[in-house]
Design a protein around this ligand. Structure first.
Ligand code: C5P
Length: 233
């Protein structure tokens, strides 16, 4: 299964509607520093020397993509209009669409369109630390807060011990064939690592940092703007 120089493909699922943002367009297209939100992560992925191609999985009827200019991102960027009803369906559709291009042992880095503050060093660290890993893994951060489990009345039912708890981020990086098989068998998973875990394997946790946040609520957009502006200075 191993080839000597595996390639690295990024898949960015961007077929969600982002209803929690309460906006009139999918969150990947909301303006962030004068560009669509998704542009920022795509720019970082396209500029990464380790990444050979960047596939964006859009919904079949996406009419917004063509309204923007992506030419600054160069020839690595390829849109695929094949998104599915869930994030996992969109990633799997992307994997199927690139089957002619990807070898079984090539690496796939799946990154949420909604994480615009991905930095070059996040990608470098993930790729270096997983280069010889049997399974692959994901960026994640150790949980800092004390966690409470609620009962049905929003009262604390239990305090969950936080030692050894991590918050999963993206990119999540696995071999093409392993990820495709895992997603074909797993149902209802919210990230790629869960599909790999359901196959009985143990993805490695690579420590990232809190700047790689997922834009979910309107406040997150302001935080992302602040992070990007202060990084550029
Ligand atoms: O909604 P959430 O923030 O969990 O979405 C995570 C990522 O999955 C986003 O990039 C979103 O566009 C993508 N997604 C998708 N297809 C869906 C649902 C979500 O590509 N059907």
């Amino acid at each position: 299964m191993q080839n000597f120089h595996p390639r690295h493909f990024a898949i960015v699922p961007a077929a969600g509607s982002g209803t929690r943002m309460g906006a009139d367009k999918p969150k990947q297209y909301l303006p962030l520093l004068g560009r669509p939100l998704i542009h920022h992560a795509l720019a970082t992925l396209c500029a990464a020397p380790d990444i050979d191609r960047v596939y964006v999985v859009l919904s079949v009827g996406d009419a917004e993509w063509m309204r923007h200019d992506w030419s600054a991102l160069g020839p690595k960027l390829v849109p695929l209009f094949c998104g599915g009803p869930s994030r996992a369906d969109s990633v799997l559709a992307g994997l199927r669409a690139i089957s002619g291009e990807a070898a079984q042992s090539d690496w796939v880095l799946v990154h949420d369109a909604a994480r615009p503050c991905l930095a070059p060093w996040h990608i470098d660290k993930l790729v270096r630390e997983l280069a010889h890993d049997e399974v692959g893994g994901l960026l994640a951060v150790p949980v800092a807060d004390t966690l409470k489990q609620a009962d049905g009345h929003r009262r604390v039912a239990a305090t969950v011990p936080r030692d050894r708890l991590w918050q999963a981020q993206t990119p999540q990086m696995f071999r093409y064939v392993m990820l495709r098989r895992a997603l074909e068998s797993a149902h209802g998973v919210t990230d790629e690592a869960s599909a790999i875990e359901a196959a009985g394997l143990h993805p490695r946790l690579i420590e990232g940092d809190a700047t790689n946040l997922k834009v979910t609520f309107p406040l997150d957009l302001h935080l992302a703007e602040w992070i990007l502006q202060n990084r550029e200075r």
